[in-house]
Write a protein that binds this ligand. Structure first.
Ligand SMILES: *Cc1c(COP(=O)(O)O)cnc(C)c1O
Length: 375
């Protein structure tokens, strides 16, 4: 009645959560394999996260970026320590903002060098967000429709098709931006060789390599950043979703030389990286760093179980998995919900599983038994 109708909402009202479970107003329990779309990495009601929020809220929630912010320095250090080289972080509040800032940083980097390069190659089926820059980077007609004209400066290549990238290369190409596993696009991983060639091309042509880790980052695939498993050395990485464990926070991480292109006044955010958001990210980064082996282990167990269902193609890494049933999967999501299992359908035919990273094998077993009943 009072909220704009931008979402097709499922008919359930969750009132609380505990670990990997959600509970509705009637007290029914649901096993959650969506985790707020790859957000609730520590599950629900994580006591360390709650404690950090309460303690920080008691002291100071927000101060604006007019003042020194040691909380940002601390989270910045934790992220840079996990990066492949020296770097710096800018904090924002969401994935689309992180990508928006990354696009600005790419353009600014070349302007600083007096080079007239601004175009960014992105990929069909990608998803980078809903604001103008990120939406324009997102090569999906259904997301653009009705909002044209888009932001200029994006050229769309075919994912995993290196020749299609080469064909788009121009004198004013500044960078290449991609997800190493396309999330919303249907949990489609890039080929290792494809990414190696992209990285080689970037090095040769002086292009910036931007990896959108908004969904794949923060331990989701079994390494802190998914790019690590593809042996990449990106210039810029964007994060959000899981970073605050449910509290909104996003980040742009760039290697030192690239980060220097942003100077005082180049970019900003009122809320970005406030003490409360940073208190959450600190807990999440520290806890997730101890979960990486668990994610790999549980993820491959889950993947094997999905393959055994023989219900379609299984794709993904760690706890970012997709089952492509090659027909509309929205009715399956509804059926699963009735049986107490929360799953998501993306790209029309792909069941996407991005559960809390604390999920155990016994939960996976019970999810698989519900899925086998439905499929
Ligand atoms: C979800 C997502 C975004 C957008 O994040 P928001 O926080 O919804 O703006 C961007 N990139 C990728 C890869 C995502 O999965």
């Amino acid at each position: 009645m009072y909220v704009m109708q931008t979402y097709a909402r499922l008919p359930v009202r969750f009132v609380r959560g505990e670990g990997v479970y959600l509970f509705d107003e009637k007290g029914n329990r649901y096993l959650d394999l969506v985790g707020g779309i790859a957000v609730n990495v520590l599950g629900y009601s994580d006591q360390d996260l709650i404690k950090a929020i309460c303690e920080q809220a008691q002291k100071l929630m927000h101060i604006s970026n007019l003042f020194e912010n040691p909380w940002q320095e601390e989270v910045g250090r934790l992220l840079v320590e996990r990066f492949w080289t020296k770097g710096r972080v800018f904090f924002c509040n969401s994935g689309t903002e992180a990508n928006e800032g990354a696009i600005k940083l790419v353009r600014k980097y070349f302007r600083e060098r007096q080079e007239n390069r601004y175009r960014i190659i992105t990929f069909y089926n990608s998803f980078h967000g809903r604001t103008y820059g990120s939406m324009s980077a997102t090569a999906q007609e259904k997301i653009h429709k009705g909002f044209e004209p888009l932001l200029d400066g994006f050229d769309y290549a075919v994912y995993n098709d290196f020749d299609s990238v080469l064909r788009l290369l121009r004198k004013d190409t500044a960078g290449i931006m991609l997800e190493v596993i396309q999330g919303e696009g249907g949990v489609r991983p890039a080929h290792y060789e494809f990414l190696q060639k992209i990285q080689e091309l970037c090095r040769k042509e002086g292009l910036l390599l931007v990896i959108d880790e908004v969904q794949t980052g923060v331990g989701r695939t079994g390494s802190f950043f998914a790019y690590e498993q593809f042996d990449l050395k990106p210039d810029i990485v964007t994060l959000a979703k899981g970073l605050g464990g449910g509290f909104p926070i996003g980040a742009i991480l760039a290697r030192e030389e690239v980060a220097q292109a942003f100077s005082v006044g180049s970019h900003g955010s009122t809320f970005g990286g406030n003490p409360l958001a940073c208190a959450c990210a600190k807990v999440v980064i520290n806890k997730v760093s101890n979960l990486l082996d668990h994610v790999k282990d549980t993820g491959s167990y889950f993947k094997g179980g999905l393959e055994n269902l023989k219900a379609g193609k299984v794709r993904g890494m760690g706890l970012m998995l997709g089952l492509d049933i090659e027909r509309d999967c929205s009715s399956i999501v509804k059926r699963a919900l009735e049986l107490g299992l929360v799953i998501n359908c993306t790209a029309g035919s792909v069941l996407r599983f991005v559960p809390p990273l604390i999920i155990q094998k016994e939960h996976v077993d019970s999810a698989l038994s519900v899925l086998s009943k439905i499929l």
